[in-house]
Design a protein around this ligand. Structure first.
Ligand SMILES: [Zn+2]
Length: 180
């Protein structure tokens, strides 16, 4: 577990909320003993409230079993194993491969093949992406077919590379020179 994933254990109040959600489905009566028992499970298994609530809804949507803490733990573990879909642009920016590392060999080979294909007039039907160019950028070293990037010098993503909407002008010039 990384530092990022560490979290405070669920509080008693959160367990009460969770049990109230469960009671909406199966009318189980609230009790101090039940709350204590579920609090124990929540803390032992490291649940977070949002995950546990999602697991409750998931359980009742797909199962007729009487819901027990072990169901919640299993569903949470299942959900944590699924890759998260980035929802925000900044998450996408963070998910971009770091261009300071040399590109993986197969990727470079594929780019060269694409570059050749473009020169030979293959895939003429494919509309060119205005953000990229079939040549490697002399400014930012973006590979053929990849958008140019700019390094952030300030802000929360300082040091990260962000893709540009248009290729660097020198790259456009270079492309004109090689293709005409
Ligand atoms: Zn560039």
């Amino acid at each position: 577990m990384t530092v990022h994933e560490q979290h405070d254990p669920m509080s008693r109040d959160e367990v009460v909320l969770l049990l109230r959600t469960i009671a909406h489905y199966d009318n189980r009566p609230p009790s101090v003993e039940t709350t204590d028992a579920w609090l124990m499970s929540a803390q032992l298994a490291g649940w977070k409230l949002a995950e546990a609530v999602a697991a409750v809804h998931h359980h009742f949507a797909f199962s007729t079993d009487y819901l027990k803490p072990g169901h919640i733990t299993a569903l949470i573990q299942q959900a944590r194993q699924k890759p998260r879909i980035p929802l925000e642009a900044r998450t996408v920016a963070q998910a971009l491969p770091a261009p300071e590392q040399p590109p993986a060999e197969p990727e470079r080979v594929r780019s060269i093949v694409e570059q050749l294909a473009n020169r030979l007039g293959w895939e003429r039907t494919k509309r060119p992406d205005p953000a990229t160019s079939p040549v490697e950028c002399p400014v930012c070293q973006a590979l053929p077919g990849k958008p140019c990037v700019r390094r952030q010098h300030r802000g929360p993503h300082k040091g990260r590379y962000v893709p540009l909407a248009k290729p660097h002008p020198s790259r456009v010039e270079l492309e004109r020179g090689t293709t005409s």
